[in-house]
Design a binder for this molecule. Sequence first.
Ligand code: SAM
Length: 302
Amino acid sequence: MMVNRDCLALHMPRAIISARMIRDEVGLAPVRRQVGRFPKGLKSSEAPRIAKRLGSISGGRVLDVATGQGGFIDTLMNTLKDYESFIGIDNCTSYDSVEEMREGRVHFRGRPVEFLEMNGEDMGFESGSFDTVCISYALHHLDDVDAVLTEMRRVLRPGGRFIIQELYCDGDKTEAQRVDELEHEWCTKIDSLQGITHNTAFTRYRLMDFANGLGLKDLEVFDSDRPMDCLFCERNQLCEDPKNQAIFHDSIKRIDETYDRIKDYPDPEVRNRIKEEGEMIKKAIARSGSAATSYLFIIGTG
Ligand SMILES: C[S@@+](CC[C@H](N)C(=O)[O-])C[C@H]1O[C@@H](n2cnc3c(N)ncnc32)[C@H](O)[C@@H]1O
């Protein structure tokens, strides 16, 4: 099972059922009897509609920027109408991302997926060499968003697809989603202490600003409060109740593991403050539960 490093995305256990099952659920193939129906909250979210839209797109040669373990490559493999190959690039500036790329290579062994250590700000690809370029849950991890998006635009062929999936910080959220955002903020502090770029999430307006600046045609924007990966998760029923015990235990374990990353940080005051904040977040999870925050999914044509 692949596990995403980003705190928000950790609510998405990547227990893949099968591409065929999701395709059936979203109406891309005749429904098979053994496929359970999606739980209500997931079904009424935009996630099935995004998956359905992706099911009408031929990916061709796909570039996934800031790929981490390639979690989004899994999502696209399961949802795109078809594809030729994937290249996932990551600048691998932290130990975690080096390890994640290694895990990604193992996970996709035998499939048409290549991982390259490369900075998204300066890619070693010919202009127009990809049919699809995408970036998922990574804009707020970049030092220079404009530089990366400009490079992605350069390597996209005319008529190709540009895909952005990114969480946002504004808008109406449930209490459980607010708790998840608190945890995310806390993680950004820990990453910063370790010298890893991890910014606060952008607003929807700012995300649209980035997308509008790319000069794409036919921008389509989806706004979902449920991750697409839930469509493939055997435990998706659990997330209907953000206070359920499994989510609670996973969250507590995750907070402890995240804190462990700075347990030897030289300044005890900073360490203690971070620890106290972590304990407060645990209490908030006990009180309100935790649920992955909402995100925009943007598709445009080059
Ligand atoms: C949250 S992770 C990506 C998650 C992944 N895309 C997914 O959807 O599962 C963010 C990644 O951005 C990478 N990153 C940050 N700046 C980058 C840059 N300039 N070029 C390439 N990768 C970058 C980090 O190394 C990290 O692996």
